[in-house]
Design a protein. Structure first.
Lengths: 628, 102
């Protein structure tokens, strides 16, 4: 069964190929079947391969398709490498991807670009699978850029509106900044190890580098640059809120569940290097902690339902980075998986709400949807509860609790990380339930035009179930101590050594975390249900801060001032292309002579004779004066 | 036999050539232009004859016969062209044939 591994990325690729070649010539039903079928088959094969892999209990499986190229010692193969880490990722990508594909068949059914949409989506899944299955960093980079391309294509899917195209370009260019850092990181790695095979590098790294070696730290920071760009962390997070210009299923799949977590995957995959570069690892944690707070504050002030979710995604990935920063690799991956479930669920529910209300994005014009869209309400509520880490029943609680606990108790954790994570949990609960209360409670403000059908609700229900029970495969040892998930990952990712004398505090911390998330929900309840006037008062009292957070800490304006405007100014100045002036001059000169001499060719015979005579006289005169 | 001084012969050739040249330049009638070209050719021929007689060589007369032959050929082609021009343009004005700027 394991030998079927190569089919997992190939099937979506074939699906994309067929859809691109046939385009809109095939009927929508066929396009939907090709689009969903390829991912569905891929998911089925993933289940088979995963079962086989876990049953046989081997550490890794490698499938080499062919050698990509061979240049001066660098010969990356198109080789797929399956271990427990990539297994978790391909599981999430294919299954969540499949559900989102099903949902999209209904969501996009009135759209002209139906086949194009599925072609891009299939291509994205293929690129993402290549990214996580890659055996060497060159192939990983191919997938990395592939998902970037698909993200660009899908953000700008409705390209007839100018702002969507702008958002797409913004996302592409900003992530490219990080990718450049990552490419340089790969060059440094190659110059040190003379290979880009991930396993070889991880094996050799401890022999070549001592802990804290400067080139290890350099590589750590450069790879972090790539991860920061892709995963929308500080300071490159500004593209993600604008990326919401794409269709909702795209936001769910690419900008919440899978692609944006590629940075988490990269750092986890290269964890051996970060263990040798404590400084870089510490910065991973710091970036995560700061990002989760900043994005959380911004999420509190948004009006657009999808932008709240976008900021919340940035914030949750901040949690994952925080976990990576304290060396809690397995906790980060666990949170990734649970986050993929509930955030995909939230985005898809939000998409259903937006579709039901004539593409209305502003939450404050929604209201009262609880009675009208009950299925959406309950699924959204479950997703929100999971995001807010509602204690004991939701998966989000268990995954986030693990990060909180290790941020405090882990050997590399400290009080500041813990406080940031705890404050973040409080803010998360607050903005999540603000969203729920404003959207689904209160008076109805917009008429419902379209009720979601089965193809939209069934994926929602499945994801809702996963968002609840997904957490029970990994329970802290104060609450049952189930370690199914970390057992799978333990051969690959080392466990976090705890500080001494902290075990006894675990209960206390869990209660504090639970209290904070419940407190956040309660405050949202006071502000948006009990006394809605309070929220308005607070907003007008803190107008400046509110606006500042609303604009995402004004980073857009800062970048606009520091990078965009000088660049535009320079481009305008150099519009005529200074170097090109010389060549333009040559052309002008030729044209001038041409115009002059054209006039002498007037067709009058006597004029020509005159020229001949004048020429002859001139030559004779010269020959008389210049004696040989 | 009394020989003609070469200076006067060459002077005659020069004057004839200049006259021919001037009339080519100022005449618009294409037949007159052809005749003027003939005059110029004959002036050149005269210059050859004079040179031949001065140095007592047969080359000058050979060249003259050559020029004569060429002039005959040129006139036959030229007259055919003039006929065509007149047929096309209904005029003998050379300036009228400037349509192609050639």
């Amino acid at each position: 069964m394991l030998s079927l591994l190569w089919l997992i990325p190939t099937l979506p690729f074939l699906g994309a190929l067929i859809l691109i070649l046939t385009g809109s010539r095939i009927p929508q039903r066929v396009a939907a079947r090709i689009g969903c079928g390829s991912i569905g088959l891929s998911a089925a094969i993933t289940a088979l391969v995963g079962y086989d892999f876990l049953a046989t209990g081997q550490a890794s499986y490698k499938f080499t398709a062919w050698t990509w190229f061979h240049v001066d010692g660098l010969s990356p193969g198109v080789t797929f490498y399956l271990d427990s880490l990539s297994l978790v990722f391909i599981f999430v990508i294919t299954f969540v991807g499949f559900l989102i594909h099903i949902y999209s068949t209904e969501f996009m059914q009135t759209d002209e670009g139906f086949a194009r949409f599925f072609a891009y989506l299939n291509l994205f899944v293929c690129a993402m699978l290549i990214l996580v299955l890659a055996d060497n960093l060159v192939l990983l980079y191919l997938g990395w850029e592939g998902v970037g391309l698909c993200s660009y294509l899908l953000i700008g899917f409705w390209y007839s509106e100018e702002k969507n195209g702008y958002a797409a370009r913004k996302a592409f260019i900003i992530t490219r900044v990080g990718d450049t850092a990552m490419a340089i990181g790969l060059f440094v790695l190659f110059s040190v190890f003379h290979t880009l095979n991930i396993q070889d590098i991880l094996v050799q790294a401890p022999q070549v580098w001592t802990i804290g070696a400067s080139s290890a730290v350099l590589v750590g920071f450069l790879l972090l640059g790539g991860a920061v760009g892709k995963s929308a962390q500080l300071p490159l997070q500004t593209w993600l809120p604008d990326a919401m210009a794409g269709p909702s299923p795209v936001s769910a799949l690419i900008h919440a569940a899978t692609m944006v977590t590629a940075g988490v995957y990269l750092i986890t995959r290269m964890h051996g290097i970060y263990e040798l570069a404590p400084l870089a690892q510490q910065w991973v944690g710091i970036i995560g902690a700061v990002t989760l707070l900043l994005a959380g504050c911004s999420a509190l002030t948004q009006y657009d339902l999808k932008r709240v979710l976008a900021y919340s995604t940035i914030s949750q990935i901040g949690y994952m980075f925080l976990a990576l920063g304290v060396g809690a690799w397995s906790a980060a991956i666990f949170h990734f998986m649970i986050h993929a479930f509930f955030k995909a669920l939230l985005f898809l529910s939000a998409g259903a709400v937006i579709m039901a209300l004539h593409h209305e994005h502003d939450m404050f014009r929604m209201g009262g949807l609880r009675k009208k869209l009950p299925v959406i309400y309950y699924t959204f509520l479950i997703g929100a509860a999971s995001l807010a880490a509602l204690p004991f029943i939701t998966a989000g609680f268990y995954s986030k609790d693990q990060i909180l606990w290790l941020a405090w108790a882990g050997e590399r954790g400290n009080l500041w990380f813990f406080i940031a994570a705890l404050t973040g949990a409080f803010i998360t609960a607050m903005y999540t339930f603000r969203m729920v209360f404003v959207t689904f409670f209160g008076e109805a403000k917009t008429h419902i035009s379209h009720r979601p059908g089965k193809r939209m609700t069934i994926p929602l229900v499945i994801l809702a179930v996963l968002s609840l029970i997904g957490g029970f495969i990994e329970l802290p040892h104060t609450l049952g101590h189930v370690t199914l998930f970390s057992n799978i990952l333990s051969p690959l990712l080392p466990a976090v050594p705890l500080r001494e004398g902290v075990e006894s505090t675990e209960w206390t911390l869990q209660l504090i975390a639970a209290a904070f998330s419940l407190g956040g929900i309660y405050i949202a309840y006071i502000f948006y249900i009990q006394q809605p006037k309070l929220a308005d008062d607070l907003q007008s009292a803190t107008r400046g801060v509110h606006q500042f957070w609303f604009r995402g800490w004004d980073l857009d304006a800062l970048y606009d001032f520091v990078f965009v405007r000088p660049f535009v100014y320079l481009s305008k100045w150099n519009k005529g292309d200074v170097i090109d002036r010389f060549y333009t001059l040559l052309v002008r000169l030729t044209e001038y002579f041409n115009e002059t001499f054209v006039r002498t060719q007037n067709g009058i015979l006597r004029w020509y004779i005159m020229s001949i005579v004048a020429g002859a006289i001139l030559i004779i005169t010269i020959s008389l004066f210049i004696q040989p | 036999m009394k020989t003609l001084p070469i200076e006067s012969g060459l002077l005659l050739a020069g004057v004839l050539f200049t006259l021919g040249l001037i009339s080519v330049l100022i005449r618009r009638n294409i037949i007159f232009m052809l005749i003027s070209v003939e005059i110029m050719l004959n002036a050149a021929g005269l210059a050859f004859i004079m040179a031949g007689s001065r140095w007592v060589q047969a080359d000058g007369q050979v060249m003259f016969i050559f020029i004569l032959t060429m002039a005959a050929a040129e006139v036959s082609v030229g007259l055919a062209l003039i006929l065509q021009i007149y047929h096309q343009l209904k005029t003998l004005d050379s300036d009228a044939a400037d349509k192609m700027h050639g």
